[in-house]
Design a protein around this ligand. Structure first.
Ligand code: BG6
Length: 484
């Protein structure tokens, strides 16, 4: 029989966003300050800064972002026009619990998401909700030093209980933490763990608490517990809930066939990519993690029930982001390349984006196979895309052929992965509408099919317009990935 190289019927095509990069309205409707709200704008070459007290005259990009808070109807209408089946969004925890440890949720915050979900429902767009995407109520950072404190898991589960009950009839797909594995890295300390930096507050800088690897793994353990408890709780609230993990999948090739490089690449794959998903998908720490902790003298404080909690809270599906690939080498002399989430070595066979992220569609096929071989559960690619500078022509058009090329290449390789047997159920490219960059805080690093008139200094009308890729993606969805 000829191989049916097609995306399955009912494939979930859509786009992805996150509250702090999209919503704005940072202090409206009773919302509390979040960790994302205290990070200033930066550029590719100037790092963002964390300012525990908001400073006058500083540009904090999350405060207005692209003002989805007021524009959500218009934006969802545009997603519907492209034919979205699914919309990945996150909820701002501090909209629901302004301080994180409040006794009662904030009704105005809950109401905002009622309205957003109702709007999606109008167009039969399935929400895919990230419960925590690089933000937590800032009060939890200040009072508890974020996820380093086990009590924060209780606050998170409480937040989950409120949103699961409130939205159980309108949301089926949930992700517990965005890119949970970023907390294994020093720069993820504040962004993913709400752990306060002491001393140097340059975003992404390894300083103070950020240097404390044991603290980060302890915080990560608390997130694993929180995630597992949320999965169990979610299933008890609604048996149809599908609750997934989300990993920043960093594809790393050995630079040469030197066995030293091969082992190093495997170790990196294990530690950066698979440690977290092994815990979340299989329900237990893998042996290589235990070895790593022993080698580094890291002792994770565990409660008596923790192993059982992890085992009972295994996720229903696996999701990841995939942007680029890098190489690793056992030879320390190799030149480093930049890029906020894609540190590694240059691959002479690949080109890179303006932000030096290497473009590698085949790496996506390789990665999907690599992951599926391990878990054999349904998968979604919930972030992928090209951050690029767009030019608005005099007639208002935006001809982003480079973005179309990038996405076309990646979708074609996803189709290959499906033919390889990978159970891929959805695809939500990142920043389907232009939004604030997480790494640099810029607006000019754009990913969208929809252009938003706003610049790096926060100036612009916020008007939305369709890029060339908008019509292209519409046709991709209409043809279920046949017309690329
Ligand atoms: C992912 C994050 O790591 O990459 C997103 O989940 C982020 O929040 C995306 O925006 C792209 O990174 P950047 O730095 O280009 O915004």
């Amino acid at each position: 029989q000829p191989l049916n190289k097609r995306f399955p019927e009912g494939f979930l095509w859509g786009g992805a966003t996150a509250a702090n990069q999209l919503e704005g309205g940072y202090n409206e409707g009773g919302k509390g300050l979040s960790t994302a709200d205290v990070i200033t704008a930066g550029t590719h070459t100037t790092p963002r800064k964390i300012t525990p007290v908001l400073e006058q005259g500083m540009n904090y990009p999350s405060h207005e972002a692209i003002d989805f808070y007021r524009h959500y109807k218009e934006d969802i209408r545009l997603f519907a026009e492209m034919g979205f089946k699914v919309f990945r969004m996150s909820m701002a925890w501090s909209r629901i619990f302004p301080n994180g440890d409040d006794a009662q949720p904030n009704e105005a915050g809950l109401k905002f998401y009622d309205d957003v979900f109702a709007e999606l429902k109008k167009y039969n767009i399935e929400p895919l909700v990230t419960i925590s995407h690089y933000e937590a109520p800032f009060h939890l950072a200040q009072k508890y030093n974020g996820w380093s404190d086990r009590r924060v898991a209780d606050f998170y589960v409480n937040y989950c209980e409120v949103i699961f009950n409130r939205y159980k009839d309108v949301v089926k797909y949930w992700l517990t933490f965005n890119e949970i594995n970023i907390l294994t890295m020093p720069f993820g300390s504040f962004m993913a763990g709400a752990i306060l930096p002491d001393g140097n507050t340059e975003f992404g800088h390894t300083a103070g608490a950020a240097e404390d690897e044991a603290l980060r793994y302890q915080a990560l353990h608390h997130q694993f517990l929180a995630s597992a408890r949320a999965v169990k709780l979610g299933h008890s609230i609604h048996p149809d809930f599908k609750i997934g993990c989300m990993i920043a999948y960093m594809c790393s090739y050995p630079l040469t066939c030197n066995p030293e490089d091969i082992i190093l690449a495997q170790q990196k794959d294990n530690l950066t990519n698979f440690l977290c998903s092994d815990v979340q998908v299989r329900g237990a720490y893998p042996g290589f993690a235990k070895r790593y902790f022993a080698d580094k003298g890291i002792e994770i404080a565990m409660g008596e029930q923790d192993e059982q909690i992890l085992q009972e809270g295994r996720v229903d599906f696996y999701t990841c982001s995939y942007y680029s690939s890098t190489c690793v080498s056992a030879d320390p002399e190799q030149e480093k390349i930049g890029g906020n989430l894609s540190m590694g070595l240059k691959n002479p066979y690949l080109k890179a984006s303006a932000w030096e992220w290497q473009i590698d569609p085949k790496g996506l096929r390789w990665s999907l196979n690599n992951i599926y071989n391990r878990y054999q559960i349904p998968m979604m690619v919930v972030e992928n895309g090209l951050g690029a500078v767009d030019t608005v022509e005099e007639d208002g058009t935006i001809n982003d052929d480079y973005r179309i090329d990038y996405l076309r290449g990646h979708i074609a390789e996803m189709k290959e992965a499906v033919a390889d047997g990978v159970e891929l159920i959805g695809y939500t490219p990142w920043g389907c509408i232009d939004l604030v960059s997480a790494g640099t805080g810029e607006m000019k690093k754009r990913y969208g099919f929809i252009y938003v008139d706003k610049d790096n200094d926060g100036q612009g009308t916020l008007a939305r317009s369709r890029k060339k890729s908008f019509g292209w993606y519409k046709q991709v969805i209409e043809s279920n990935g046949e017309e690329l």
